[in-house]
Design a protein around this ligand. Structure first.
Ligand code: HEC
Ligand code: HEC
Ligand code: HEC
Ligand code: HEC
Ligand code: HEC
Length: 175
């Protein structure tokens, strides 16, 4: 193909269109699958199994609200304002955040699109459903997974709702 003056402009236009579409799909219409990196290599296994913390000690909204929430620096400071065990690079990092009173910008992996409604309280307390059924073995992770261990699509929500006799009405989940 011979080079024409309009070619670069068409190429730029197509690139802009496709990245624009990708952005809209991942931020508004659908669950995002982009890998994310956490500011500290947090270890669920050490906290949940070796030190017997409950999920709601850190995910404080999980039994009371819509969002489970991610922990604040104050929650970590309950223990890490004092050195815990032998010092490591990751422990020095968390101690630094606490000393400076800086927020830790945890990245959420699971973000439903704005049009879908989900309440943790209703599923965990009223429905009695285990975290692992929806999130996979998060409690066993020794470092933060970069992607969701388990994805729940609309079909997954519907399958369980059919089995358990919960709502199937479009307006119940969408606004
Ligand atoms: C029935 C499925 C289901 C169960 C059970 C469940 N979750 Fe979730 N979880 C979700 C969905 C869906 C999202 C995304 C919600 C959104 O974007 O509004 C989510 C998001 C989260 C997040 C991200 C932060 C946030 O505030 O949304 C955390 C942390 C979390 N869940 C922890 C837990 C813990 C801990 C438990 C058990 C005590 C639990 N979840 C039980 C489905 C579930
Ligand atoms: C109830 C006390 C407690 C709380 C709250 C707590 N931790 Fe820990 N943390 C510990 C203990 C105990 C250890 C293990 C010390 C050891 O034996 O090496 C640990 C270990 C760690 C390590 C090293 C992990 C590894 O792989 O060895 C990091 C990093 C860490 N914590 C970060 C955090 C962060 C971030 C928070 C807040 C979200 C937090 N901790 C909340 C008690 C706590
Ligand atoms: C000591 C605090 C602490 C405890 C206890 C804890 N978590 Fe977490 N959790 C975190 C932190 C910090 C993150 C973000 C970094 C990461 O992914 O490791 C996180 C992330 C998550 C996520 C990913 C949420 C998202 O963004 O989509 C899930 C799911 C989750 N935790 C489930 C659990 C479950 C289930 C338990 C109990 C078995 C639990 N956590 C106990 C601190 C904690
Ligand atoms: C493992 C089973 C299971 C999964 C997966 C599940 N649900 Fe549910 N859901 C239930 C049960 C059980 C109830 C009824 C709880 C009750 O009222 O006792 C419920 C209730 C609801 C309600 C009604 C709340 C109210 O006000 O009564 C909404 C909305 C909802 N779920 C949305 C979702 C969405 C969105 C997803 C997927 C992201 C989802 N659910 C995934 C089991 C599940
Ligand atoms: C139990 C909860 C639930 C019910 C009931 C439900 N949805 Fe959804 N729906 C979701 C969730 C969660 C998503 C986002 C995750 C995904 O895209 O799979 C979604 C996504 C969608 C999307 C966007 C899909 C895309 O690819 O962007 C459409 C359109 C939709 N639903 C239509 C409907 C219609 C029509 C009904 C009624 C027949 C319905 N939904 C009933 C939970 C539900």
């Amino acid at each position: 193909m011979k080079f024409k003056r309009w070619m670069p402009r068409v190429l730029v236009f197509l690139l802009a269109m496709s990245s624009g579409l990708l952005y809209v799909r991942s931020s508004k219409g659908q669950i995002s699958y982009r890998p994310k990196k956490q500011p500290i290599a947090f270890n669920h296994f050490v906290h949940v199994h070796e030190n017997e913390l409950a999920c709601e000690d850190c995910h404080q909204g999980v039994k009371t609200g819509y969002r489970a929430t991610l922990p604040t620096t104050e929650t970590c400071s309950l223990c890490h304002s004092e050195p815990q065990g032998s010092s490591t690079k990751e422990k020095a990092l968390i101690e630094g955040y606490i000393k400076e009173g800086k927020p830790i910008l945890w990245q959420r992996l699971f973000v439903l699109p704005d049009h879908a409604v989900f309440s943790h309280r209703i599923h965990v307390v009223r429905g009695g459903i285990a975290c692992q059924d929806c999130h996979g073995p998060m409690d066993m992770q020794k470092e933060p997974p970069r992607r969701l261990l388990k994805v729940l699509t609309m079909d997954d929500c519907m399958d369980c709702h059919k089995q358990q006799g919960a709502l199937l009405d479009c307006n119940g989940c969408h606004r």
